[in-house]
Structure formats: structure tokens, C-alpha cells
Design a binder for this molecule. Structure first.
Ligand code: AMP
Ligand code: MN
Ligand code: MN
Ligand code: MN
Length: 287
């Protein structure tokens, strides 16, 4: 069977490997088709594509866009996007500027709680100084001994109600889906199980997303517990949405590795079903 992983991060956002390193790891793990989906930036795609061509792996240009949906932060993955599309490029640039401003407020809040130097510290952990996120703060907090590991760093800090957490207005669901579609891409709701939404809110989100032109949700992801796979496969089917699969890989040893996930349930309609890029792998069954 084809191993298709459509969600991962390089050090262009909050992963630790450079784009070519992510592709090399995917190839070593037996992945045939990989989407690089960095948060709010497409700067890694060119290097990833070169590495993928050399490794005989199919690279799908992607992105993971940060969205505010009411009070909720939601991540929308764009697949088969055009990373040069002006509307998408401008929208992502504006989000990254917002991240820098948010990072200053996060550092101020940590300073109020006696942890000084967090902005400079997190900045030093970011390979791409344009893309500053909570993960860079978490790595710095662990490095400084404020938390033993990433999990605890997020539990003690950086999450709602804890030092270092600040509210932030990302872009709208409409903008994110609109930019993805304008650039020729397919919009996918990332890890729908991660948002803590009850059934009603989840249905509202899926309805809103679908009416804006969104086409798929992640069913098999490193961010879902295996016990959740069936629920989201059923929801995809009920809402007429396609299903995606991706590890949400960030770093070796942190959560799930690239391509190391179960297959989609057989009754799901894969998001990659009609993709011409997959024809070169036609000796495999596209299950
Ligand atoms: P940001 O977009 O800057 O708010 O950061 C979100 C990122 O933080 C996610 O994409 C994850 O990589 C990471 N993250 C969020 N919550 C956790 C957690 N509890 N443990 C580890 N990483 C987390
Ligand atoms: Mn991340
Ligand atoms: Mn995400
Ligand atoms: Mn992600």
C-alpha cells in the first residue's frame, strides 16, 4: 500500500529538521507521498521539493494556517497549494507579523511571573526568525530547566490559564479556506479532535467549513488517540468530507514519526483520491 503522510513540520516553523531532513526521514520511513505543512509559512517547500525529487518521493506543497473561529483556535491545512500565489503569500506574511507581536506579549506575561528573557530565548530556538511559535518558547523553557519536557512545558506554561498564555486573533476561517482555494489547493481541518469541541460546536465548525469550500478533515493523525479515529471517519462520511492522514511530525522522539500511522478506514474517501501526482505510484493499490 502507498504510504501517504500529509502533515509534517520542518524548522521553517516549529519542527527541528530542515525541509530536506524531513524529506530524508520520510523516505527512510518508507513514505511515498509527503506534504510539508509548516505553520503559516511556505518557505520550506522549494528545498523539500528538490530533496523529494532526488529521493524519488512525491512532495505535495502544503501549509497549516492558524485560524480564529470564535474564541477557538483552529488549524486549517492546505494541500496542493501554489506557494507563490500572491494572496496566500500576503495572508501568511500578515499572520507571521501577528506571531511576533504575540511572542512579545507572551514574553511580557512570563516576565510578570518571574521568567525573564523568554523572547530572546525563544527567538534563538527559531531557525526561521519570521515564524515564532509557542513550541520555540516551550523548547527554551525546557532548556532553562523550567519544565522537564515539552509536555510539561505546555501544561505549566503557554496554555490558557497559565503563565505565558495570551489570547491572540489569528485570521478568519473564511480567509484561510479562501487563500488555499485561490491558490488551487484543498482545505483540510487539521486534527479536529484537538479542539475540545462538543458535538454541537463540532457540527457547526464542519458546516461552516464546508459552506466556505472546505473539502476534507484529518481522520488519522498523530494528534488523535486511536480511539478517536472511528468517530472522525464517521463524521467525514456524514458531512460528505474527504479524509486525510498525517503524523503531524515535529521532531524525532516527540510524538508520532513520519508515515508511522494506520491506514484510513476503508469506508473513507481519501483526500488524495483524484490526484494526478499519484499516478507515478500506480503499481501500488491506492487504498
Ligand atoms: P502556536 O501555533 O505558536 O500557538 O503553537 C502551536 C503548536 O504548539 C502546535 O502546532 C504544536 O506543535 C505545539 N503544541 C501545542 N500544544 C502542545 C502540547 N500540549 N504539547 C506539545 N506541543 C504542543
Ligand atoms: Mn506545531
Ligand atoms: Mn496543528
Ligand atoms: Mn501541525
Amino acid at each position: 500500500m502507498l504510504n501517504i503522510d500529509l502533515h509534517c513540520h520542518s524548522n521553517v516553523s516549529d519542527g527541528v529538521l530542515p525541509p530536506a531532513g524531513v524529506v530524508a526521514r520520510a523516505a527512510a520511513n518508507g513514505v511515498h507521498v509527503l506534504a510539508l505543512t509548516d505553520h503559516d509559512d511556505v518557505a520550506g517547500i522549494a528545498a523539500a521539493r528538490l530533496a523529494a525529487d532526488a529521493a524519488g518521493l512525491t512532495l505535495i506543497p502544503g501549509v497549516e494556517i492558524s485560524v480564529s473561529w470564535g474564541a477557538q483556535t483552529v488549524h486549517i491545512v492546505g494541500l496542493r497549494i501554489d506557494p507563490l500565489h500572491p494572496e496566500l503569500v500576503a495572508g501568511l506574511h500578515a499572520i507571521r507579523l501577528g506571531r511576533i507581536e504575540r511572542a512579545r506579549r507572551m514574553a511580557d506575561d512570563l516576565a510578570h511571573h518571574g521568567i525573564v528573557g523568554a523572547y530572546e530565548g525563544a527567538h534563538a530556538y527559531a531557525a526561521n526568525k519570521q515564524m515564532l511559535g509557542r513550541t520555540h518558547f516551550a523548547r527554551w523553557l525546557v532548556g532553562q530547566g523550567h519544565a522537564p519536557d515539552m509536555r510539561s512545558a505546555f501544561r505549566r506554561y503557554l496554555t490558557r490559564g497559565n503563565p505565558g498564555y495570551v489570547e491572540h486573533e489569528w485570521t478568519s476561517l473564511e480567509n484561510a479556506v479562501g487563500w488555499i482555494r485561490a491558490s488551487g489547493g484543498i482545505a483540510v481541518i487539521a486534527h479536529p479532535g484537538r479542539y475540545g469541541l462538543d458535538a454541537r460546536a463540532l457540527h457547526l465548525l464542519l458546516d461552516a467549513f464546508r459552506s466556505l469550500g472546505g473539502e476534507a478533515i484529518e481522520v488519522i493523525t498523530g494528534s488523535h488517540h486511536p480511539s478517536e479515529y472511528g468517530k472522525f471517519a464517521d463524521l467525514a462520511r456524514a458531512f460528505g468530507l474527504k479524509a486525510s492522514r498525517g503524523a503531524d511530525f515535529h521532531a524525532p522522539g516527540e510524538s508520532v514519526d513520519i508515515g508511522r500511522l494506520p491506514a484510513l478506514p476503508h469506508y473513507c474517501q481519501p483526500v488524495w483520491q483524484d490526484w494526478p501526482e499519484l499516478a507515478q505510484h500506480s503499481s501500488f493499490s491506492l487504498a
